[in-house]
Design a protein around this ligand. Structure first.
Ligand code: PGA
Length: 252
């Protein structure tokens, strides 16, 4: 059976004290529960990683970053490398989020470079793909997602694909309150799995977790997660509230 995953993407929210307090409350919540079906991951801003890692080290919740540099080390003022992230105890990094593609002009080539650096540093990559509203309305959504996969990810070897979790996030559903219908999500997730299968074979496709992201909340999570090719969620806004986030995890 494929791994189920619910990852919270805090984006640029919470100062250090707030973030660590929140981390501790999530850690405690899942420590007190019998093991659920899903791996829970918190993807925090860089400043929280070391402290959060300390809090989470004996618990069930994993830790991730939201971005990493496109170079390994050196004179890149203000950047944080994949290896530095790994050294905090974090296990995951989000790469290719639509906000990075749009606001920071990160293209497929750059994302492919970041992904390789992250994997070589021992980090698992939550690799995000998804079309804009325009692209969906003009019927190009499958083409866009295919290009993002082929140029950004399919340069990896089959072994390296073990380090990948995919996240389909239609840009028009992120932070907008609009959600892809469970049928739209399933249709795209199946398409993505078929592309992985075509390139890397059935075994790789069968074990690849594909998460849905975009206005996922307690009221819609169970229905979306019930689809056969949806293996969990990447959660933005609802990951900032303990009640909402834990309810989404429990939707499995
Ligand atoms: P949202 O964000 O849940 O607030 O729509 C999801 C994401 O951007 O990962």
């Amino acid at each position: 059976m494929r791994k189920k995953i619910v990852a919270g993407n805090w984006k640029m929210n919470m100062d250090l004290a707030e973030g660590l307090k929140f981390t501790a409350s999530i850690d405690k919540y899942f420590k007190d529960k019998p093991s659920g079906k899903a791996q829970v991951i918190l993807c925090t801003p860089f400043i929280h990683l070391a402290g959060a890692s300390d809090i989470l080290k004996h618990g069930k919740v994993a830790l991730g970053a939201q971005n990493c540099a496109s170079e390994a080390s050196g004179a890149y003022t203000g950047e944080v490398s994949a290896w530095m992230i790994k050294s905090t105890g974090a296990e995951y990094v989000i790469i290719g989020h639509s906000e990075r593609r749009t606001y920071y002009h990160e293209d497929d080539k750059l994302l492919s470079k970041k992904t390789l650096l992250a994997i070589n540093s021992g980090l698992k990559v939550i690799f995000c793909i998804g079309e804009s509203l325009n692209e969906r309305e003009s019927g190009k959504h499958f083409l866009i997602v295919k290009r993002q996969l082929e140029e950004g990810l399919f340069t990896l070897t089959e072994n390296q694909m073990d380090m990948i979790v995919l996240a389909y996030e239609p840009v028009w559903a992120i932070g907008t309150g609009l959600t892809a219908s469970p049928e739209q999500a399933q249709e795209m997730h199946k398409y993505i799995r078929d592309l992985v299968k075509e390139k890397y074979g059935n075994e790789c496709a069968k074990k690849m977790p594909i998460l849905y992201g975009g206005s996922c909340k307690p009221s819609n999570a169970a229905e979306i997660f019930s689809k056969p090719d949806v293996d969990g969620g990447l959660i933005g806004g609802a990951a900032l509230k303990k009640e909402d986030f834990t309810a989404i995890v429990e939707a499995f």
